[in-house]
Design a protein around this ligand. Structure first.
Ligand SMILES: [Ca+2]
Ligand SMILES: [Ca+2]
Ligand SMILES: [Ca+2]
Ligand SMILES: [Ca+2]
Length: 468
């Protein structure tokens, strides 16, 4: 299980760590090292929708979840943030288990600088308590803004800071700018509940924490956590966070057995409907079971989208946004089979080709690699401008059926040995021989476009195989 968690941590960090001097060595030296997400609790599972709960359930301690950007384990690419902003979804609500101590306790977002963690070293601080929105001024006093929030309601919070001011918004309400207490660069970012003299009757629920360096125009994401890749019950004591007191990951990411990360889809269900992920998240961050090639997140993207969906609200959107002027000229999303090569099996997905997104073809690849290399291609289904084709035994494309753009097309590829049958929208087409360039497939891959063009984008939903 430690290996699984470490693998997930590495997968997550690799998405953010472009150019970062991340200490892989210490992780390799320990099975429970600094890169491990684990702090107890159940193992992480696929498709979890988790969040973090911060309580103040003891008199002497204060509930806190803190990031220290200068720590390598924070996996941020900066030591501090002179100018920046963060976004987080917060719900501050009654915790009936602790009633009777301090019903007026505040929840806080604190930005401390490299000078230290006392009030004198704050860039800024926001407080929520008894329905009122407050901030700490530069003489250390908590000041009512006159704004309110609704306890128990999710609040979309953004906090921005410059060298000498901070400001924030909660939903559509904006506050500040207010004068900073310290103009040193920000190094500590904390979510906090209560104090060290009482127990709070309240809990702070947080999700989708994102921290950016620079202005909004620069949009440099340096830290992100949706808490979906931790197991339920994880206290985050051995994580990217500098401090985690009275903190626990909660949600629906419970282990229900099985050998593919804990998810055992019920019969008739699909392996991944993409509906539990946050829209806009890159697919390998949403779920580390996916491997990406040539997806730089700028030109070539592979993200959770709610533009179109076969099921629920979300699908996977892949865009080839790079032409021959770059080296990464089409992006690929791969997923391995859990038990390696499969002499027989099936993979299905639904495909949506928008008219506006059609420049070049879209592909469902099966082979002995997860990056669609033709040297390992077992077979492939291709959506051209109006036809669905397959690769024959010589690797040439042959027509299978016509299809319409701007509608979902259900595709199932089934194989037994070299014999391949493709079902489209419930209709089986004649069996053909696989190209079988490298042997029985070990993975599937989804991709689109080509090396010379850009502008193709395609949606995939309801990916399923018993082999995943
Ligand atoms: Ca306390
Ligand atoms: Ca979450
Ligand atoms: Ca879906
Ligand atoms: Ca391209």
């Amino acid at each position: 299980m430690k290996i699984t968690k470490t693998a997930i941590a590495v997968a997550i960090s690799s998405a953010f760590l472009f150019g970062c001097d991340f200490d892989v060595g210490s992780e390799n030296n320990s099975t429970d090292g600094g890169g491990d997400n684990g702090g107890g609790g159940l193992p992480p599972v696929e498709n979890a929708q988790n969040y973090v709960q911060i309580q103040d359930s003891s008199v002497a301690d204060t509930g806190i979840l803190r990031i220290k950007t200068s720590e390598s384990k924070s996996e941020t690419v900066v030591d501090n943030i002179p100018v920046g902003f963060l976004t987080v979804d917060l719900t501050y609500q009654d915790n009936t288990a602790i009633n009777g101590e301090n019903a007026a306790a505040n929840a806080y977002i604190q930005l401390h600088t490299t000078a230290g963690s006392s009030n004198a070293h704050l860039r800024g601080e926001i407080a929520l308590g008894e329905g009122n929105v407050k901030y700490r001024d530069n003489s250390s006093s908590l000041v009512e803004t006159g704004g309110t929030y609704t306890p128990g309601e999710e609040l979309k919070v953004k906090v921005s800071w410059t060298e000498d001011e901070f400001s924030f918004s909660i939903g559509d309400d904006t506050y500040g700018p207010y004068a900073a207490t310290s103009s040193d660069p920000v190094e500590l970012i904390s979510l906090k509940v209560g104090d060290s003299k009482t127990k709070a009757d309240l809990e702070l629920i947080a999700d989708n924490l994102k921290i950016y360096s620079g202005t909004e125009a620069e949009n440099e994401l340096i830290f992100e956590d949706d808490f979906d890749n931790y197991g339920v019950g994880d206290e985050l004591t051995n994580s990217r966070y500098n401090r985690a007191i009275d903190v626990m990951v909660l949600g629906n990411g419970e282990d229900n057995g099985g050998d593919n990360g804990g998810i055992t889809p019920p019969p008739g269900d699909v392996t991944d409907n993409f509906d539990s992920y946050t829209v806009g998240t890159q697919i390998d961050v949403a779920s580390p079971v996916y491997q990406l090639k040539n997806v730089d997140g700028v030109l070539n993207t592979a993200v959770i989208s709610d533009d179109f969906a076969k099921s629920g609200t979300n699908s996977l959107r892949i865009e080839d946004g790079a032409d021959s002027s770059t080296n990464n000229n089409k992006g690929i999303v791969g997923r391995d089979f859990a038990a390696g090569a499969a002499n027989s099996g099936s993979v299905s997905t639904s495909v949506y080709i928008p008219t506006d997104g059609y420049v070049k073809a879209s592909y469902i690849f099966l082979g002995t690699n997860n990056d669609s290399s033709s040297s390992g291609r077992f077979t492939e289904v291709v959506f051209t401008s109006s036809e669905i084709k397959y690769r024959d035994i010589s690797g040439n494309q042959q027509s299978l059926a016509s299809y319409s753009k701007d509608t979902w097309v259900d595709v199932t590829i089934t194989w037994a040995g070299d014999d391949v049958t493709v079902n489209i929208d419930g209709n089986d087409y004649p069996t053909f021989k696989a190209e079988n360039a490298g042997g029985s497939p070990t993975a599937m891959a989804l991709y689109n476009g080509d090396n010379g063009s850009k502008g193709t984008y395609t949606y995939f939903d309801d990916l399923h195989s018993d082999l995943f």
